[in-house]
Design a protein. Structure first.
Length: 145
């Protein structure tokens, strides 16, 4: 079983003036820490909301020119036994490169194997082809004329 795991990271950024600047620096800093070993991890802005009213907030909290930025890191984990196994692998792989940055698993999604889908498609195609034998596609030369 393959799983897509989303991990939230709280990345500290220093000497910033705006939330946009903090997010850009946090993404760059995280990318540097993950590359080249984990260049397949997707880095996105995190989503924050007010705990009281539920209103959407900026992914960066700034105080005294320092910021804490919420980022979402996504990676696919292959050949795992359970979703819990996938989340532990993702946290370990990402956590080894992001020292002193807190991580929390947000979501684990099971990905369907392409082999299973292709075998289902082939069986459906063979059933359809038996009923479509009467219809024959014209030759390429006939279409040009």
């Amino acid at each position: 079983m393959n799983c897509r795991v989303v991990v939230e990271a709280a990345v500290p950024v220093y000497d910033v003036e705006s939330p946009d600047e903090a997010v850009r620096i946090a993404i760059s800093k995280t990318g540097e820490m993950l590359n080249p070993d984990l260049n397949y991890v997707e880095i996105n802005m995190g989503e924050r909301s007010c705990p009281h009213c539920g209103e959407s907030m900026e992914p960066a909290f700034i105080a005294a020119d320092e910021s804490l930025v919420a980022l979402e890191l996504e990676m696919t984990v292959f050949n795992v036994e359970r979703e819990e196994h996938a989340s532990r692998i993702a946290r370990k792989e990402i956590g080894q490169r992001l020292e002193n940055i807190p991580l929390e698993v947000l979501d684990v999604e099971v990905i369907e194997d392409e082999d299973d889908e292709s075998t289902n498609d082939e069986s459906n195609d063979s059933e359809e082809s038996a009923s479509d034998d009467d219809e024959v596609l014209p030759e390429f030369e006939d279409l040009i004329e």
